[in-house]
Design a protein around this ligand. Sequence first.
Ligand code: GRF
Length: 198
Amino acid sequence: KRVAILLSGGGSNMVALAQSMTGDHPGRPVLVLSNDPDAGGLAKAQAMGIPTQAIDHKAFGKDRAAFDDALHSALIAAKPDIVCLAGFMRILGADFMAKWDRQMLNIHPSLLPKYKGLRTHARALEAGDKTHGCTVHEVTADLDDGPILGQAEIQIGPDDTAESLAARVLPFEHQLYPAVLRRYVTGDRTPVFLQQSS
Ligand code: GRF
């Protein structure tokens, strides 16, 4: 299966996904694309020998549909079977999503449906939650809302800050996303659940 990965930043999730697709894994990374030409993840993908592309969303001004159309064209050219959003910070429009329905995954740093959107770690702390984590879901037109394919749960400690939580969740993202993709490429949507060893 041909897997495209979209990112906006450092790409640690892209690295984890790409590193998992070796040997008898039915997936292969065919493109890493960013909306930011300066995204650190592009250099990491190039170092791994994965084709890269950047579509600078700033070049489209307020015309979000034009950016989505350019992204769609780039994906059509790469012909992925699956698109993984990995630290991709653009909200994709409903028209675009309709073309990639049930072919697109995203990782979100909260235990969805809690804390859709941004500042997830700070919001979990502010709420006094005892647990936190990350979620992989199928992408739909509704932000951070599609069918859940996996979750990893950690305990929130008394001294945790938003920064320390983010730092403890990230390694679980790097475990969870490859585990979900491993199943998803075979059409298996059975959810994966990981838990921090107490
Ligand atoms: C991570 O915190 C992840 O939860 C979110 O994007 C952030 C950066 O991810 N989706 P990456 O290192 O660019 O993969």
